[in-house]
Design a protein around this ligand. Structure first.
Ligand SMILES: [Zn+2]
Ligand SMILES: [Zn+2]
Length: 363
């Protein structure tokens, strides 16, 4: 057992609290990772807001660190390995076998506070079990118990604070572009929402050397950063009439659009602003029913599809993104702002205010 520090949520309406927790030793199939950095992702906050208050909740699903100990049955991961933690998948269902682990049929069970088979507690605070196992890591703590299927070994000197968001946010945005949309030099790409996911999508579209790259984002700071990184235009949805502006900037509409907002209204805008034959990919978790013009979709041959975790196979896609980063073509370090873990509440306030793109906690 290790006694260590964690950031807990005891009440969705109250600030996070820094507390001392006990983390059990790894079982045969578990890995103990010393966490160096953890990104804060929108899904942490959505889950927290929807969460119960019966147990303290240990969130965090963008951890990066160093393996300290592995259970007897673990293969492919050794003490001392540098690792990026990502989402869990079973490895045996039809979607996992088809190389689509984000659509693992057991994903919800595995990632939403998945428990040990014997129901024993992995993490306790003053003897009380904590609700943990979030994305198989609950990495808002200085140590995490993980499994081989969500622990990606990386061979890199990149800072842990830059590595951490590769497990979810950067993987999601970059994967939606590189794995699903696959634009090329003729493409006119529009990205809706320039948070961490949207910005990773912007960087991925630049990797594809697209002809036009338009960002639609309410925050002035984020629009400026997108232009600095290489976007060809940035629209303010509060000031610009988005669909006509996009048609003008893209010579008739977006051939490829990425909607990261989780807003039904924005998805409808993205569909309307798509070119004939264009594709819209939605990655933001939201609610609501988009009002989409059937005639426009059919006559335009437009495709609209959802996408989780960038359709990525993390074990190969994360190293691929690190290769692009090493070549100077995927400068994700520009998107990261680091905070000591004790400043998590300030980090969230800065993110809400649009002052930072991807807050990352250090341990
Ligand atoms: Zn599966
Ligand atoms: Zn996430």
């Amino acid at each position: 057992m290790v006694t260590t520090t964690a950031v807990l949520s005891r009440d969705p309406a109250a600030p996070f609290t820094v507390e001392t927790v006990e983390i059990d030793d790894p079982r045969d199939d578990e890995i103990r990772v010393r966490i160096q950095a953890t990104g804060i992702c929108h899904t942490d906050l959505v889950t927290r807001a929807a969460g119960a208050t019966d147990h303290p909740v240990l969130l965090g699903h963008e951890g990066a660190g160093v393996v300290e100990a592995v259970g007897a049955a673990v293969t492919g991961v050794r003490p001392g390995d540098r690792v990026v933690l990502t989402f869990r998948h079973c490895g045996t269902c039809r979607n996992c076998r088809a190389g689509r682990p984000a659509y693992c049929v057991r994903a919800v069970k595995l990632n939403q506070f998945g428990a040990r088979a014997d129901r024993s507690a992995r993490v306790t605070v003053a003897g009380t079990p904590v609700r943990d196992g979030f994305f198989g890591q609950s990495s808002f703590a200085a140590y995490a118990l993980t499994t081989a299927d969500n622990t990606v070994v990386v061979d890199t000197e990149v800072e842990p604070t830059v590595l951490a968001p590769l497990g979810c946010g950067f993987l999601t945005g970059a994967g939606a572009v590189l794995n699903v949309l696959r634009p090329d030099g003729d493409s006119r790409v529009v990205v809706y929402g320039a948070g961490a996911v949207g910005m990773a999508g912007v960087l991925a579209a630049l990797v594809c050397e697209v002809a036009e790259l338009v960002v639609v984002e309410p925050s002035q700071e984020r629009r400026a950063l997108a232009l600095e990184l290489g976007a060809t235009a940035a629209l303010d949805p509060a000031a610009d009439d988005v669909v006509p502006a996009i048609r003008k900037l893209t010579d008739g509409g977006a051939t490829h659009a990425l909607d990261t907002t989780g807003s039904a209204r924005v998805l409808a805008t993205a569909a309307a602003g798509a070119a004939i034959g264009g594709t819209v990919v939605a990655v933001g978790l939201g609610t609501g029913v988009p009002e989409i013009d059937l005639r426009d979709i059919v006559m335009g041959g437009k495709a609209i599809r959802g996408c989780l975790e960038g359709d990525a196979v993390p074990a190969t896609f994360i190293p691929h993104l690190l290769d692009l980063h090493a070549a100077g073509r995927f400068p994700i370090d520009r998107l990261v702002t680091t905070y000591p873990h004790s400043d998590i509440n300030a980090a969230l306030a800065d993110q809400r205010a649009g002052m930072v793109v991807k807050p990352v906690l250090t341990w």
